[in-house]
Design a protein. Structure first.
Lengths: 425, 425
């Protein structure tokens, strides 16, 4: 169960009401017309589960000995998978290990290669366009390093996830590599509940049924107008985006650190845009993990410019009873007031104390509380942030589903190598 | 060797010159009067190395079998150590493993406890005040979990680093635990070159001599007026802090991710302050790692509000020749333009391409280039960012060395438990 509570004033007049009603209608329209495509995933991705079962049955001998699920992907093709893996792995004792090859960093990649054995791994290469330069380059390094030969059983150790008929899709088909398709209308950063996330996570034995179910429940509630808090929050963000251009996401749990990285892409890439009138608009996401980052960032929020909203995420029950023992250390008795309490109680009390000190400074704060960190809540949390993004974008009159600003750098990159090559020849 | 290059215009008139000259004089004054204390560390910390040698000799039998250096600390008592460990560990094949117990997160802490054996570990508890609630609580958990008895040889497995005469210091002294002292005038976020960083990293067998030497070289150059680029950058940040309230640090190397977390504390906690006139001022640090975060944050920098400066960090030579093999995958030939190049070349070309696309959008950009990721450069990089912080703070007329904004939350936290305890009794 998720609880949402905001601690800021939002006066809604009749113009505001109309803007909100219009935006809600527009989201319904997006959903019905399959724009931004993710609205359908909690339903449509359920069929993937059967396909994944069929696939693992078809490679039964290989799958039995698989210990590592190696993900080759970057951005929208890795962040969501990593987020769910990090949030859930404490619950699964025998889950297969997920390893992520994302950045073309030579030090990190060498280290990762030394940890991987072909014999106990499945390699999942994910690229929506099928031509991501980092992903395909790393895939080639893997093929050479492990001496892959697709005319042998090696082809059964690879899975490709891509747009239908993309270059990667065609390559895979011709080499008897299993493929799964990302729906064309689903952008990378909204794709975690498509094959992009569902296939790798199901192969790693995570319970994707319950994640999809959680997402579906929230989605249905939202369109049945039962999640008004989301609409109000999006409205506050959009209306005050010049006063509060920075949104801080501050979960009190290490397990959510990778989730915050997924959120950064979702928020930054969707909302940093040129609007209808040619103005640069956007909301800047910043993420921190509590209580550890109280010790690095809180001072700035408290006394720096009042340009930030803060969203806390708190887990009520960690299902872990680690306790601060009743030991009094001579001279340090001052810290004994937490003796006998669980770390669960300590970290949540810190979250509440930080929340209260920000509220006292008139900083717009809201709190999302999960009763526990489980599949259903994670599904809800994902779709909550996706809808919040779409709703805020609609109010800001920008398109959350494209990313025209990154194409220029890609062209420059290519030119650098092409000019190098031609000067060599 | 470090190279610094900026790509923005800064017109300096005679008033500006005077402000810069005054700030420079003020930093000299801080250095001479030992305000902010860190200026002295590249010199004074050299004597620590002998003390550490004496200590390891005194516990020779224990130290021989040590595999893990377990750090119990949070904020300024862990971020700098972790930063250096992450930047250097690829160079050291047989270094002892560093494990960090920072956040009172029950899931993470349970996981870490399962990885630690008392018999092959040294536990370093670090708290400047000696009463950090998270650190002392985790320390108590360690004491109970591993059944520590300080009347035995157990006392030789613990090291305490703290202010002289702090509660932790006194506790350690009475229990025959080895202590090292943080100079009183050195704040947590400026303390990595004090005992806080030097002792754990030297115990993990990192070459601290060369790190301190690098820092000293940069510091001497700065005060000999040979690092003018730093002064200009600080001036640009301070003068335009309302136009560019956000500073993005964007290294192209996974090894620097923890360094960026150290930077966040340094920048946010030092510069987020109420100034002489009672105004909230501050610069907000955001950090990303390339090329991976081009796929999540670049769109916002390119097309969102023009409120960000960007500092790239590039490593010229990774000392790792991992290459993209000359394989052409049918249908994906479009990506072949990087074939035969090293990942080193790819990641740096991506850095340059991103830099150029931001410059084309008139975004203030600068580039720090390390010829390689070694001890000397790391020492320089640390002191560079510390001086940049002090200089910027001086120009903004704020005190970078205190953090009054976080005390309120600490009081609320304590009240929560005290009221719980009294309602129980």
């Amino acid at each position: 169960m998720l609880k949402f509570k905001s601690y800021y004033d939002l006066k809604i007049d009749s113009d505001d009401k109309r803007a909100i009603e219009d935006a809600f209608k527009y989201l319904l329209y997006e959903k019905e017309r399959q724009i931004g495509g993710y609205y359908d995933l909690p339903y449509s991705s359920q069929k993937l589960l059967k396909q994944i079962d069929d696939f693992t049955n078809s490679i039964k001998e290989i799958y039995k000995s698989v210990e590592n699920i190696v993900i080759i992907g970057i951005g929208g093709s890795s962040l969501g998978i990593k987020a769910i893996d990090s949030m859930l792995k404490h619950k699964y004792k025998n889950t297969k290990n997920m390893l992520f090859l994302e950045n073309p960093d030579p030090i990190r990649l060498s280290k990762m290669l030394s940890l991987i054995k072909k014999e106990n791994s499945i390699f999942i290469v994910i690229s929506k366009s099928g031509t991501s330069i980092e992903t395909i380059s790393i895939f080639k390094i893997i093929l050479r390093y492990f001496k892959f030969d697709f005319s042998t059983i090696d082809s059964k150790r690879v899975v490709a996830i891509s747009d239908k008929d993309s270059p990667l899709y065609k390559f895979a088909k011709e080499n008897h590599i299993k493929t799964f398709i990302v729906p064309k209308n689903v952008g990378g950063r909204f794709s975690v509940l498509s094959a992009v996330g569902v296939v790798p996570l199901a192969l790693a034995e995570y319970n994707m049924v319950d994640i999809l179910k959680g997402a579906k429940e929230f989605l249905d509630n939202f369109f049945a107008k039962k999640e008004e808090h989301l609409i109000k929050k999006a409205y506050f963000y959009a209306k005050k985006h010049k006063q509060y251009p920075i949104n801080v996401l501050f979960p009190y749990s290490d397990s959510l650190e990778d989730f915050t990285k997924w959120f950064i892409q979702l928020w930054a890439e969707s909302l940093g845009k040129i609007d209808e009138k040619g103005n640069s608009v956007g909301l800047t996401p910043i993420t921190h993990v509590g209580s550890v980052n109280q010790h690095s960032f809180l001072q700035l929020i408290m006394q720096g410019p009042k340009d930030k909203t803060v969203t806390f995420i708190k887990i009520e029950n960690f299902e872990n009873a680690l306790k601060i023992p009743n030991i009094s250390l001579k001279h340090i008795e001052k810290t004994d007031f937490v003796n006998g309490y669980t770390l669960n109680e300590l970290i949540n009390a810190e979250c509440d104390a930080t929340k209260e000190s920000l509220i006292a400074q008139d900083i717009p704060v809201d709190m999302i509380t999960l009763d526990k960190l489980d599949e259903n809540n994670i599904g809800k949390l994902i779709i909550y942030f996706e809808i919040l993004t779409s709703f805020t974008a609609t109010l800001l009159k920008i398109n959350p589903y494209n990313q025209p600003g990154v194409e220029f750098g890609k062209r420059i990159l290519k030119e650098k190598f092409v000019s190098k090559n031609s000067s060599l020849s």
